[in-house]
Design a protein. Sequence first.
Length: 246
Amino acid sequence: MTRQGKIWLAAGLVTFTIAVVSSFPARVAYQLSSPASVALAGIEGSVWRGSARESSVGGVYLRNLRWQAHPFLLFTGKLVYTIETEPASGFIETRIGVGVGGTVTFKGLTGSVPLAVLAGPTRMSGLDGTATLRFERLEIRDGLPVVADGTVEVSTLVMPLIDRASIGGYRAEFSTGEDGVVANVEDTDGLFDLAASLAVAADRSYRFLGQVAAKPETPEKLRRQMAMLGLPNDRGQREVRLEGSL
């Protein structure tokens, strides 16, 4: 085959692939290949561009899911979509790519999510507050974050294990290091003066290590709880350490 013939053949294959992607019904694709952790209802449109009235991803309920594929990027080895959706309140927008090996990549991820939607999946009954997400890039492989560059800001955080009232706001700035994902965590307007670090390693282990101190506005009952963390240093800070595996 001549060089010109190969070019025309490649162009024909590209056109055919795009035509298949753009016209294949989303409802049929969902029935054929939906993972167990994903549930959709009210599906309309095609695999290329469509919507679902309701959805559940990993136990998180979402509304008005809308997607648009970028079929030309199939030839980079990734299935890439621009996604918009709404939790119970707030929004999520991102470009999501799924690689051949199952790695899920989020680019330009922004959103505002009520933490209550995570109470079930995290088994933290009563969890509440609002999380604002801004990630330039986030990669998930086998359920583990392997790349994370962005921030999470939580306002009016409620954690019943600490207190049933709000304990204020906190911020985590994520980056990717040689040994995995790391984050610097600090209070913004929290009831605690907090400075901590979070590390998630490739072997799925995590470590949260920080120093916490009372503020003038910290309620007395929370000060008494802090006493269980041990003796403070000369700056009134007590060590907080959590370790485990994801």
